[in-house]
Design a protein around this ligand. Structure first.
Ligand code: KG4
Ligand code: ZN
Length: 370
């Protein structure tokens, strides 16, 4: 499946080869720009030295008032943040333009207006500096973010990608070649966290706040269902859990201690999610015969999930890999990293550009090292 669309997008321009052609010997330095949702992220990655600098500006306090991301506000704020972030990151990395070999930006999937801000700035800067621009798939960024850490997982591995918009189990045979072996039929895990957090009266974004509240919860008080675990296969369904939480809150609305009730519901919800993800991850490892489990995406920052999946992978004779918490959620480092890999493989964009609200992960091309 790998290849068709991405090759069309990434095929290198012959004219652009001059600036990048012999970088193998000197290393390769790429700026990454992430603007798919409500985080403006910028980073510089060097193929030899690793991550040189990165900064993230989160808009979440701006969107909190609306209990969700307002796309137009997100786009406008990216416009305000990006140039100062790029200046700061270049200063942090001690990097001048003459040392930059390419500019990577998130081309999708995501909010179209927000994507357009990063894409148009990335392409303009690249054009004005005579550099190649590299459009990056946001989910490939998340999937490969664990490779920024040491020890880095080696392919092949099973990846669990749990973000606000996606819940996927992916078999990664080699970088760029992604086979989706399981996905959610309805809500993504992060979405379920956010919606349940709203029911519990927690501020946006709900995931981290719900995790915090769950710590005070009694794990034995409520038992929520583990959706789809008694069926074969690797599909997920999380929308029912949010309804279960809503019904539990209504049933107990006359309880004297509403604070305790909320903590106990948060705990039961989180335990059900973690348990369900663990059961499916174990199944995916056994089905594929692989030992390495890579966890990525915003929900990967959840400590209960990290602990559980670490134990699970060990129990299966393998190992679990996670990015540091700040690289689980959206960031520029993962975009700079993937941009660098693709540029090293001789892939960048030419001609006009577009961004994509939807972009199937399994249409990308394998990243062939040169
Ligand atoms: O990957 P991400 O930053 O953005 C998307 O690409 O969607 O993921 C954001 C999601 C949100 O739903 C947020 O509530 C969730 O990740 N999240 C968490 C935690 N930190 C972020 N969910 C549970 N526990 C956390 N600690
Ligand atoms: Zn994301």
């Amino acid at each position: 499946i790998c290849g068709f669309f991405a090759r069309k997008i990434y095929r290198p321009a012959v004219a652009s080869r001059r600036r990048t052609g012999n970088q193998g010997a000197r290393g390769m330095r790429v700026i990454g720009i992430e603007t798919s949702c409500d985080e403006s992220g910028v980073a510089i990655y060097d193929a030899r030295a690793g991550l040189l600098a990165q900064r993230i500006y989160s808009q979440c306090s701006m969107h909190a008032e609306y209990a969700g991301v307002v796309p137009e506000l997100a786009s406008r704020d990216h416009v305000r943040r990006l140039l100062p972030l790029i200046t700061e990151v270049m200063r942090d990395a001690g990097t001048g333009w003459e040392q930059v070999n390419g500019i990577a930006y998130t081309a999708g999937p995501g909010l179209v207006g927000a994507l357009l801000v990063g894409a148009s700035l990335g392409r303009s800067l690249a054009w004005s500096r005579g550099l190649p621009a590299i459009p990056v798939h946001h989910l490939e960024g998340h999937l490969l973010a664990p490779l920024l850490e040491r020890p880095a997982p080696a392919c092949p591995f099973v990846a669990l990608l749990v973000s606000g918009g996606h819940t996927l189990l992916v078999r990664v045979e080699q970088t760029g070649c992604y086979e989706i072996i399981g996905e959610t039929l309805d809500d993504a895990v992060g979405e379920a966290f956010d919606k349940t957090a709203t029911l519990l009266g927690l501020p946006y974004p709900g995931g981290p706040a719900l995790e915090q509240l769950a710590r005070a919860g009694d794990p034995s008080r409520f038992s929520f269902p583990r959706p789809m675990v008694d069926r074969p296969g690797l599909a997920f369904s999380f929308s029912g859990l949010k309804t279960f939480a809503a019904n539990t809150l209504v049933e107990h609305r006359h309880d004297a201690d509403q604070g305790r009730l909320r903590a106990d519901v948060a705990r039961a919800f989180q335990d059900a999610v973690v348990d369900t993800l663990a059961i499916k991850c174990r199944r995916a490892l056994r089905d594929t015969g692989l030992g390495s489990l890579v966890v990525a995406g915003g929900v990967g920052a959840n400590r209960a999930l990290r602990l559980r999946l670490t134990e699970l992978a060990r129990g299966e004779g393998g190992e679990a890999f996670f990015p540091r918490a700040e690289f689980c959620t959206d960031n520029g480092a993962m975009i700079a990293f993937v941009g660098c890999l693709r540029l090293q493989a001789g892939e960048w964009a030419r001609g006009g550009f577009d961004v994509r609200a939807r972009w199937p992960l399994d249409t990308l091309s394998a990243i062939a090292p040169r």
